[in-house]
Design a protein around this ligand. Structure first.
Ligand code: C2O
Ligand code: CU
Length: 582
């Protein structure tokens, strides 16, 4: 730190030196001891025009994306969150932070806590134990899609070097954006007849996008809400100095879309994902699924006399949304000078081989990621299907659609309230030998459950995610699966049906990457392994907001008897009211 400089300056007068030493002992932040970083957040609804169309969004201290959490490995984060939404509950999840020793701070409504009621202030406290790129976002109903999200950047401790170098560090969150409120979306998804949310109106880069207002008929009420000249929807500008290398921390919190990110004319070297170092590989564009984070190195090595487009395009679903654009601005060109070139259109949206190949290219950086256990104790195969219950459309795994109980699992399990949720075990398998992944589910009727998987503490668990066909012929969707409380090893991806005899022989047990979110490709499988060594109750779900809302998820419990005393601040709903009575 700068405080060290006076000691190398022999001509400094003694008095000044003494003062400097005194000051530095007061100001220098200890480098070995971890710091406490305190944030005070107020969450409320405000009118914003992020894509030029004005609507109510959820802000934190007036911002969306919310303030970034910037910390160093080992720091303690304290967020005092005031719910000023007036008529709506809230809960905030720290996506990618494992919450070792603090499972009650995971922020997952119904799983680890009761929602925070309007007017209440809730304090989250946890340690960021691993350097890397993480996220936070609402975890209550479909609230994330209303704009409550932001980034968490955890740097290495002082004196520790990373296995790559760069001059500047920037975080960019990608998102898709809907004009309908999350309430309208949620009501449609849970109606008969079913009303699908549809494709997003626009794509946002760091909270900024551009909807083409002329698509609204000028006589419509909505037209009055759209203003193409509103500064809130001017594109995000990433200013770079020629010759310098930038670490771009790119993450996606889309509600629905899989995205492809590209900077016109520039290669990117992938070096980190979900807080784990990647064996560097060079790409022209990056496929990124909701819940994933990547660090890429980009050198500003192109002709500096102009600006370039940074573009996001929808992949894996037929795009109906315009390319999202930001300006990659070479200093000292004017930051608002739009390139005159045609923005990158990305790879073909339906090229699933291209997406699978990029997934397969991601390997752990040697020496930086722990190798996996060579065997596992339990294999859980999860068949991903679209189903229905009494004519209501659902998503299900192994033919059961997930619902949350009224009393959060963590509290119910600690208190041994066996009546609080279904105590049976969801299936470890579902007719997988005979299941035809290429046709509409033979049995389209699913059941709903709030039963959870109980894992033996410290055991090694394999999860085989198997994709299938939806209720529409010749259709399989991409699902990004996210696990709370853990990083898992990604042992393999494959096309078609998983072969439980031969495919495990091809697992990568040498250098698999660890991640917390991974895509399940169309008509394919993805194999994961993790150690159930983090006492708590952890959600595992598809990160597509409407899919999880429609039941595409589950919960794992491990070592809950080892969890310390729960804070009463997570209580107040369902059965837990009895615990906080005076
Ligand atoms: Cu980022 Cu349970 O989610
Ligand atoms: Cu999904």
């Amino acid at each position: 730190m700068m405080m060290i400089i006076p000691f190398h300056c022999p001509r400094l007068p003694f008095g000044l030196l003494l003062l400097t030493v005194l000051l530095s002992s007061l100001l220098t932040i200890p480098t070995v001891e971890a710091r406490i970083r305190r944030y005070k957040w107020e969450v409320k609804y405000e009118y914003k025009s992020q894509d030029c169309y004005m609507k109510l969004v959820i802000t934190i201290n007036g911002q969306t994306p919310g303030p970034s959490i910037i910390a160093q490995q080992g720091d303690t984060i304290i967020v005092e969150l005031k719910n000023s939404l007036l008529t709506e509950n809230v809960a905030v999840h720290w996506h990618g932070i494992r919450q070792i020793g603090t499972p009650w701070s995971d922020g997952t409504e119904g799983v680890t806590q009761c929602p925070i009621f309007p007017g209440e202030t809730h304090t989250y406290k946890y340690v960021v134990d691993k350097p890397g790129t993480y996220l936070y976002h609402a975890h209550y109903g479909m609230q994330r899609a209303a704009g409550l999200y932001g980034s968490i950047r955890v740097s290495v401790p002082d004196g520790v070097a990373e296995p790559f170098s760069y001059d500047y560090d920037r975080s960019i969150i990608l998102n898709d954006w809907y004009h309908k409120s999350t309430y309208e979306q949620a009501a449609g998804l849970s109606s008969k007849p079913f009303v699908w949310v549809g494709e997003p109106e626009s794509l946002l880069i760091q909270g900024r996008g551009r909807y083409n207002c002329s698509l609204l008929s000028s006589s419509s009420l909505e037209a009055g809400l759209c203003n193409a000249t509103n500064p809130e929807c001017s594109p995000y500008v990433l200013t770079v100095v020629p010759g310098k290398t930038y670490r771009l921390r790119i993450s996606s919190l889309t509600s629905l879309s899989a995205l492809n990110f590209e900077i016109e004319g520039h290669n990117m070297t992938v070096v980190e994902s979900d807080g784990n170092y990647v064996e560097p590989f060079v790409i022209k564009n990056l496929n990124i699924y909701s819940g994933e984070t990547y660090s890429v190195l980009v050198k500003a090595d192109q002709n500096p006399s102009r600006n370039y487009w940074a573009a996001v395009n929808v992949i894996s679903r037929q795009p109906q949304t315009a390319t999202g654009l930001a300006i990659f601005n070479y200093y000292p060109n004017h930051p608002r000078r739009s390139p005159t070139t045609i923005p990158p259109t990305g790879p073909l949206w339906n090229n699933s081989d291209y997406r699978l190949a990029q997934s397969l290219a991601i390997k752990a950086r040697q020496g930086y990621v722990e190798p996996p256990p060579q065997t596992s104790d339990r294999v859980i195969t999860l068949i991903n299907t679209q189903n229905q219950i009494d004519g209501y459309k659902k998503w299900a795994i192994n033919n059961v659609s997930f619902t949350l109980p009224e009393t959060p699992y963590l509290i119910a399990l600690k208190e041994n309230w066996t009546h609080a949720f279904d105590q049976s075990s969801p299936p470890d398998n579902y007719n997988s030998a005979n299941y035809d992944i290429y046709s509409i589910p033979k049995n389209p009727n699913t059941t709903s459950t709030n039963a959870i998987y109980r894992l033996k503490f410290n055991s090694t668990v394999d999860i085989i995610l198997q994709n299938g066909n939806t209720m529409n012929p010749n259709n399989s969707e991409t699902h990004p699966w996210h696990l709370h409380g853990h990083d898992f090893w990604v042992l393999g991806y494959g096309k078609g049906k998983f072969d439980s005899v031969n495919d495990p022989k091809k697992y990568n047990l040498v250098n698999p990457i660890m991640k917390n979110t991974v895509p399940l490709h169309t008509y394919g499988w993805t194999a994961l392994r993790f150690r159930a060594d983090n006492p708590g109750v952890w959600a595992f779900h598809c990160h597509i907001e409407p899919h999880f809302f429609m039941g595409m998820g589950t919960v794992f419990e491990e070592g809950v008897e080892r969890v310390g005393k729960l804070p009463t601040s997570i209580m107040g709903c369902g059965e837990t009211k009895s615990l906080i009575k005076p």
